[in-house]
Ligand binder design. Structure first.
Ligand code: SF4
Length: 482
């Protein structure tokens, strides 16, 4: 049984929390070098922003969507700050919501009042009421919100941190709420009396053209859709849109295209909605030679395109990737520890390019959509994949795997640099570059090679501040696959 001792004054520190598994320091953690900036014996530091930020980020970027944030002033302050830091350039309507209003039970009234304010803002086409921890705890139900206010549609986006555990997954909640509004399944009854989703509205020219196209579901760097579209055009297809999109009309197309390519694994809710609408789903992403080849063929199969042409285009793209790798191979052991939810994709690319990636961690949960990449990575040398990770788990992995490069969160990259290991901030350095197909591969490999080559400089800095390194025992990888 877990036990917790709370001393006088209710001050809880890592030292006084005992859990079943960590009551005593393990042999492994006892051997850790001194000077950690985080306690390695506990898992107290989840690595994700407030989940609601994911929803706010995608919603505030859509033209015509006005957000009404139903929360207390503390969350409002932090989330407004971060949203504007990421250049939302939009006001966020919110109620003055404190203890007094909570105690009075006026949550629905407060939510409706802020939606009314949102409806008055110029150009509003859709109001998104974002319900956060406090409002959800106090009890805000969907039925309490009107479907329209001043003739404008209202959607409820529920993202309390106790139910949605990471900000990538909160993006899915937001996109799914829009899809349910704008791309609901239309049903038809077949001749034998079976009801099934009607994917296409008719057989006019526009519908026929859309049936040959794909919508990519995933927040990607703007150059990626361009290179994907170019390859799809060679197949006689093309990209109809990429979601999340700035354009509300793109969400209305989602039920009408020939297939959805869910390139990130955390859009499970949106995928379920579109699958129920009868739209074929392609999972995985075109990263590295093997995955790019398979992805192009999967798109062609889903759209029933010419298989011989698909084989030719897929093989050409695979060979281009292989040629880049043979000219610029990666050598070294890399840890991939982001919180964006696309870490498994990056790890695949690095492994295909020749790197060793023994440890990967992410903020999202394990799901059906992470299964294929996880299986591939474990078959290619990855020893641990941690979902919903904490900073302490990542720091312990530094000791176990002794990487040559860390692609990590801010505190993990700082910890790596302190130890003389090159560390790069995953979000700022990787998620702002193309990744897909041969074009994405070339840029990513170059970035990683440059970072690996900087290792002597980091070691020099460590020695300058700390002194020469003591002899270390060789790394002893643990075998904890799950
Ligand atoms: S209380 Fe919930 S909504 Fe508010 S900042 Fe914390 S996690 Fe986010």
């Amino acid at each position: 049984m877990s036990t917790m001792t709370v001393p006088e004054g209710n001050l809880i520190t890592p030292e006084i929390i005992e859990t079943r598994d960590r009551a005593k320091p393990s042999a492994q953690s006892a051997a850790l070098p001194a000077g950690h900036s985080v306690s390695p014996d506990h898992n107290l530091t989840p690595q994700t922003m407030c989940p609601a930020f994911g929803s706010l980020r995608v919603l505030t970027r859509i033209d015509g969507v006005q957000t009404a944030m139903v929360t207390d002033t503390g969350c409002l302050y932090g989330l407004t700050f971060v949203t504007h830091f990421y250049a939302s350039r939009k006001s966020i309507a919110a109620p003055a919501f404190g203890t007094k209003e909570l105690v009075a039970g006026n949550v629905a009234e407060a939510a409706i009042a802020s939606c009314v304010e949102a409806s008055k803002m110029p150009g509003t086409k859709l109001i998104a009421a974002i319900s956060l921890c406090v409002a959800e705890t106090a009890g805000l139900t969907e039925e309490m919100l009107p479907a329209q206010i001043n003739g404008i549609d209202v959607i409820l986006v529920r993202v309390p941190a106790y139910a949605i555990h990471s900000h990538p997954e909160a993006k899915d909640v937001a996109i799914n709420a829009i899809l349910k509004k704008y791309a609901p399944p239309r049903m038809e009854v077949t001749a034998d009396g079976v009801e099934k989703p009607l994917t296409y509205d008719g057989s006019n020219e526009e519908e026929e053209a859309l049936r040959r196209k794909v919508i990519m579901l995933g927040e990607v760097f703007p150059a990626d859709p361009i290179s994907v579209d170019a390859v799809l055009k060679r197949l006689g297809s093309g990209l109809a849109a990429t979601l999340p999109s700035r354009n509300l009309d793109d969400y209305k197309l989602a039920r009408r295209v020939g297939a959805i390519a869910a390139v990130h694994p955390f859009y499970g809710g949106s995928v379920a909605t579109l699958r129920a609408a009868g739209v074929p789903i392609i999972s995985g992403a075109p990263v590295g030679p093997e995955a790019s080849y398979n992805w192009i063929k999967a798109v062609a199969a889903a759209l029933k395109l010419d298989p011989a042409l698909a084989e030719q285009v897929a093989a050409e793209e695979r060979d281009k990737c292989k040629a880049i790798i043979s000219q610029f191979p990666l050598r070294g052991r890399i840890m991939v520890c982001g919180y964006e939810g696309n870490e498994l994709l990056y790890a695949r690319l690095l492994v295909e390019a020749g790197a060793e990636v023994p440890y990967i961690s992410t903020s999202i949960q394990k799901s059906l959509y992470t299964a294929a990449d996880e299986a591939w990575l474990k078959a290619h040398g990855t020893r641990e994949i941690i979902y919903q990770k904490t900073l302490e788990q990542d720091v312990r992995a530094l000791d176990v795997y002794r990487p040559d490069l860390v692609l990590g969160t801010t505190p993990l990259s700082a910890e790596a640099k302190q130890r003389g290991i090159p560390g790069m901030y995953y979000t700022n350095m990787l998620s702002v570059r193309p990744l897909f197909l041969s074009a994405g591969l070339a840029g990513t490999i170059q970035l990683i090679r440059d970072a690996l080559e900087r290792a002597p400089r980091y070691e020099w800095m460590r020695e300058f501040f700390v002194g020469p390194r003591q002899a270390q025992a060789p790394a002893a990888p643990i075998n904890t696959m799950d």
